[in-house]
Each structure stands twice: as structure tokens, then as C-alpha cells.
Design a protein around this ligand. Structure first.
Ligand code: ATP
Ligand code: MG
Length: 599
């Protein structure tokens, strides 16, 4: 390919709306263009990157026994109603784009394909003899994300590889899950990415294994916690730990203290000379459930701990046996619209009286009271007195009466001790989730009644697994992990081109001819080569080559008359002076060996 024919438009300035390096570089390098919020065009060079990633994914999925397929993106609402997910995915903060056809039938644009594939499996897989089966597809997914951002990292239209497996037993599911784990490690390694596999939240079902693959990068949206010995790694959403012990409160009698303008834990502690671990913090939230219930909740935590909303949502789903649409802090405006008096925010105690809710228009009139075990373990503490500007000191749970339900609701955090070895502590890093493998169990096969005949002729529901990779997110994550001040440094296997030949001065006939010659020879040797044949100044072409990040650059300049060219490695700027034959030989060998292509 010739740069003059490539429609290459690079930008010198950093685009104003791009916050992270990879997003800036993909825009500046002419890889992507924003069409709308969370909607991007993949320009020709980007499409080459995406096709290379796709090819690696297909190879490894095929090797692991996967069958490639392509499922419809328009999905009938009825399928999602059967699984019980239509409401949650379309109402409130639901992320499914949905529409009505000319007959008034409702459809959703596929954010994921469990419903479609499970109903197909129920139709097609009749006997245990046909199992196991793993189907996968690579296609555009649609999600009306609440905060689309960072370019391809969180788009509303993006490319995903999703796979689903069907099994006759849980043990068989576990073995495919392990094979997928292995395939994922190979895929990321072949794409030149360093990833960490972490334990991930598997929703309210619990028990089922789930792992995310994270590219570690400061710009990552996820927080991951790892033990110093490397034996434990988990997404903070899921992580468990042993917190640092609380500072015991000096023995005092139970009593009321004045705490004017001390609404936050910090304000209270600095004014009263307390440690945060001596205080009970009470959060007041409203949960809305799929069945329409609106439930006010009081959550008690130790003052030095933070609420983990994923754990809270899981706990609520189990408690009420119905899906949670969302959980948000209760505001004074909401109280007013329920016709309720304001609460003493900033001085709330775990025993806030249900009386406060009487007469509420649509809310349940009783609090659901939950507490983290670390809060319940405190023998003596300070907490709000349920009246403005007052707290209670020397309190304990029996004085408060009516003990809340004990449930793990706090975030594990850096510095906490590890459960597998309390001498190890947790460290935190940020990560970009590029893949997710998940044992679904029989949730969808039961909901959609998809079954097979086992070896004694009985009908059983399938055991299922699902396995996703964000193809377009992975491409950008690679840039986030591999770039420098001058631009992108693509890993060889997913670079749009492997080599760029830059003719320094196009007016010089010798340079031009030698450049063309090297270009043709590399092409003939099966190398993905780009020829910069533009009449731009050499400096401009070098800058562009650095920005677009092709792993190898051959500069055909003044020494062309002696058959000498410069070979530059993009990642470290290492330079060698070689003649034509040497450059072609050594590059072809190097590239073929690195990519393990037959020579
Ligand atoms: P996240 O927590 O980042 O929203 P998810 O848990 O919703 O991800 P899955 O449903 O497991 O993601 O999707 C599989 C993969 O698709 C993810 O691991 C991620 O790499 C990718 N992905 C998910 N949402 C997006 C998005 N909005 N834009 C780009 N890639 C995405
Ligand atoms: Mg998501």
C-alpha cells in the first residue's frame, strides 16, 4: 500500500475531547473518527488492525474447539421477556437500544446474545451425544452506555467476540472454561498484550467462577487488587480481604455529644479526635427492583470503609429474589416528593426509626437494615444520634437494638491483609477489561427452558458458559500499553503494516527507484509493507511514521547511491545501516520468526 493512496490524514494537535493517550493517538494517527457520542468510524488502517486481532482470535477459538457462527443483531423482545431481562435492559438505566417495527412488535439491538443462543441450542441440541458445543461470533454489539468515553474503550457500538458453550454436566463446563482460560492467555500474548487475570463479580447467583483479563494501565476504569506474592488478584467489585484492625475506643459511658458542622466522617473525627474506624457511618439509599418495589435501605459501615455497590446489588437481589434496577442515595428532594419530613443527614444512626417513612407515597414504609461484619464487630463506637448536630459515643449494637443483617458490603482496599496469607497485603492497580470468561450455570437454560435428553433419556437443562473479548477495546488498550511521546508503537502481530519504507526525497531518482524496489521485494516476500511515496519533506514523513507506529521503518536517503539504507525499530529507535539485500533478508527472517509464520 502507498501512503499517497491511503487517505491518511494525521493531526499535529491533540484533539480537545480526547482525554487519554490511546484515544488521542488513534485520532491523531488517522485510525478513527468520531461520528457521534460513543460511535466511531474505523478508518482503513484501523480496520487492518481489527482484522489482524480477529484472525488471532479466530485461530485460537477454533483450536479450542469453537464453531464460528453469526447471530442476528435484531432480537425479538419476547426472547428477553422469557429470560426476565427485557425490563432491566430497556427501562431506567437499561443499556439496550430498542425499537418497534411497522407491525408494532418490539425489538432490541443485541448488547449480548445469551437469549438468542440459548433458544437456538434448545432447538438444535437434543441429546447428550451432541454435547459439548462451543459457538462463537465476532460482530458489532450495541449498548446505550451511560457514560460512553475514551474512544473505543467504552463505545455505544463496538466489536465483540462472544462465545457460548453448552454442556451435559457442570464438570464438563469446568473443563471448557479452563480451555477458554488457556485460549485467552494465548490470544492476549499473541496480540502483544500484558494482561492480568482477576477474579470477577459473577452477579447474584454466586458460586459460579468468573474471570476478567485486564490490561494494566493508569487510564483503566477498573480497580484491581493483587497480593504481593501474586497468588491473589481480583477486581475490586469482587475482592475480599481482612481489613486492618479497628482502633479500640477508650472506655466511656454511653452519651450524647454536640457535633455542629461535623457531617462527614473526616469533619467528625478531626473535631472530636477520633479515628475513622471508631465511627459507624450510615448510608441511606433507595433500591428500585424489577417487580416495582421501592425500598429504602440503611447501610452501616465502619467509618474507614467504603461501600461496594456491586456487593450491595447482589445482596439485595438475593434478599428479594428479584432483579435490582438501581440503587441511589436518597436526597432531600426525594423525601419532599414522597411527602416526608427531611432526615437528619450527617447525624444518621443505624436505628433511624421507621416512623420517618410513614406516609411515604410509593416507598415501602420500613427500612431494610444492612451492616458490614466489620461494623458489627465493633464493641464500642460513635454513631449519629438521629437528630441534627448530635452524635452518640460509647454505643454498642445491643443498645441500638434490632441488629441489622450482616453481609459483606465493603470495598477491599490497598493495604488490607490477604485472606490466603495475612502476612501479604493488597496492592492496587488500574486495569482495562479486555476479556471476560464466565460460568453461567443453568440460569438461562432454565429461564428459556432449553434442555437435552441425558443418557437415561431424562430431560435436563444445559450447563452453560460465556466468554467475551472486546475486539475494538483490545485494539485501543494495545495503544495505551504501547506508545511513547512521539506516537503509537504497535505490537508486530496487530500492526496495520509491519514495515514502512520512507523515501526521504522523492525528487531524487536513485532514492525513488531503490525505495520502489525494496517495497516490491518485501511485498513479494509476504511482508505487510507501506511505501511513503508522498512529496512531503522527510521530517514530516518521519513524524507521521512515528505517530502511526509501524514497527519497522526503512529510510531510503542520501546513501541510496551506495545501496545503503537505514533500518529503524520503532519501539526503541535502534538504527542499523544495511544494504538492500541485508535489509530484506534480516527483516523477513525477523518478522517471520516473531510471528511464527513459515519462512
Ligand atoms: P464493562 O464492565 O467494561 O462495562 P462488561 O462487563 O459490560 O464490561 P461484557 O458484557 O463481559 O462486558 O463484554 C465482554 C467484553 O466486551 C468486555 O470484556 C469488554 O472488553 C468489551 N466491552 C464491553 N462493553 C464495551 C463497550 N461499551 N465498548 C467497548 N468494549 C466493550
Ligand atoms: Mg458494561
Amino acid at each position: 500500500m502507498r501512503v499517497s493512496r491511503l487517505m491518511l490524514v494525521t493531526l499535529r494537535d491533540v484533539p480537545a475531547d480526547a482525554e487519554i493517550a490511546s484515544h488521542q493517538l488513534l485520532l491523531r494517527g488517522g485510525y478513527i473518527r468520531r461520528i457521534g457520542s460513543g460511535i466511531y468510524a474505523y478508518l482503513p488502517m484501523m480496520w487492518r488492525v481489527l482484522r489482524k486481532i480477529t484472525a488471532i482470535v479466530q485461530k485460537e477459538m477454533d483450536a479450542a474447539g469453537g464453531l464460528e457462527t453469526l447471530l442476528p443483531q435484531m432480537q425479538p423482545a419476547e426472547l428477553w421477556q422469557r429470560s426476565g431481562r427485557w425490563q432491566g435492559y430497556t427501562a431506567g438505566e437499561g443499556i439496550m437500544f430498542h425499537l418497534e417495527d411497522r407491525q408494532g412488535r418490539e425489538l432490541g439491538l443485541g448488547p449480548t446474545h445469551e437469549e438468542v443462543i440459548t433458544s437456538l441450542a434448545g432447538d438444535l441440541l437434543r441429546s447428550y451425544r451432541q454435547l459439548p458445543v462451543t459457538l462463537y461470533q465476532i460482530q458489532t454489539k450495541f449498548r446505550d452506555e451511560i457514560r460512553p468515553r475514551f474512544g473505543l474503550m467504552r463505545g455505544r457500538e463496538f466489536i465483540m467476540k462472544d462465545a457460548y458453550s453448552f454442556h451435559a454436566s457442570e464438570a464438563d463446563l469446568c473443563s471448557t472454561y479452563a480451555a477458554m482460560d488457556e485460549a485467552y492467555r494465548k490470544i492476549f500474548e499473541r496480540c502483544g498484550l500484558e494482561t492480568v487475570a482477576v477474579d470477577a463479580d459473577s452477579g447474584a447467583i454466586g458460586g459460579a467462577a468468573s474471570q476478567e483479563f485486564m490490561v494494566t494501565a493508569d487510564a483503566g476504569e477498573d480497580l484491581i487488587l493483587t497480593s504481593s506474592d501474586g497468588l491473589y488478584a481480583a477486581n475490586q467489585e469482587k475482592a475480599v480481604s481482612q481489613p486492618q484492625p479497628a482502633q479500640p475506643l477508650a472506655k466511656t459511658k454511653e452519651g450524647l455529644i454536640d457535633t455542629p458542622k461535623q457531617k462527614s466522617i473526616e469533619e467528625l473525627c478531626s473535631a472530636q479526635g477520633l479515628e475513622a474506624s471508631q465511627v459507624i457511618k450510615v448510608l441511606i439509599m433507595l433500591a428500585s427492583f424489577e417487580d416495582g418495589q421501592l425500598q429504602p435501605i440503611l447501610v452501616s459501615l465502619r467509618g474507614d470503609q467504603d461501600l461496594n455497590e456491586v456487593k450491595l446489588v447482589n445482596a439485595l437481589t438475593v434478599e428479594r429474589s428479584t432483579g435490582v434496577l438501581n440503587v441511589t442515595p436518597i436526597s432531600p428532594e426525594q423525601l419532599r416528593s414522597q411527602g416526608l419530613k427531611n432526615f437528619p443527614f450527617g447525624s444518621l444512626g443505624p436505628d433511624l426509626d421507621d416512623q420517618c417513612l410513614s406516609g411515604a407515597k410509593t416507598w415501602n414504609p420500613q427500612f431494610l437494615r444492612l451492616a458490614d461484619p466489620t461494623a458489627l464487630a465493633l464493641e464500642s463506637f460513635v454513631c449519629g444520634a438521629n437528630q441534627n448536630d448530635k452524635h452518640r459515643i460509647g454505643m454498642n449494637w445491643s443498645l441500638l437494638g434490632n441488629t441489622p443483617i450482616s453481609i459483606d458490603l465493603r470495598n477491599a482496599q490497598a493495604g488490607d491483609r490477604c485472606l490466603h496469607d495475612p502476612k501479604q497485603t493488597l496492592e492496587e492497580r488500574r486495569g482495562i477489561e479486555v476479556g471476560h470468561i464466565f460460568q453461567l450455570g443453568r440460569k438461562y437454560s432454565k429461564a428459556l427452558d432449553a434442555s437435552f435428553a441425558n443418557d437415561s433419556g431424562q430431560q435436563e437443562h444445559f450447563w452453560m458458559g460465556c466468554y467475551g473479548i472486546g475486539i475494538s477495546r483490545l485494539a485501543q488498550a494495545a495503544v495505551e500499553q504501547h506508545h511513547d511521546d512521539a506516537g503509537i508503537c504497535w505490537p508486530l502481530a496487530i500492526a496495520p503494516f509491519e514495515v514502512v519504507v520512507v523515501i526521504a526525497n522523492l525528487q531524487d531518482e536513485t532514492q525513488q527507484q531503490l525505495g520502489e524496489q525494496i517495497y516490491s521485494k518485501l511485498k513479494a516476500a509476504g511482508i505487510d509493507v507501506l511505501l511513503d511515496d508522498r512529496t512531503e519533506r522527510a521530517g514530516v514523513k518521519f513524524k507521521d511514521a512515528d505517530l502511526i507506529g509501524i514497527p519497522w521503518r526503512i529510510v531510503v536517503g542520501r546513501d541510496a547511491s551506495n545501496d545503503q539504507v537505514e533500518l529503524v525499530r520503532r519501539a526503541n529507535k535502534e538504527t542499523q545501516l544495511l544494504n538492500t539485500e541485508q535489509v530484506i533478508d534480516s527483516l523477513t527472517k525477523e518478522i517471520n520468526t516473531q510471528l511464527k509464520r513459515g519462512i
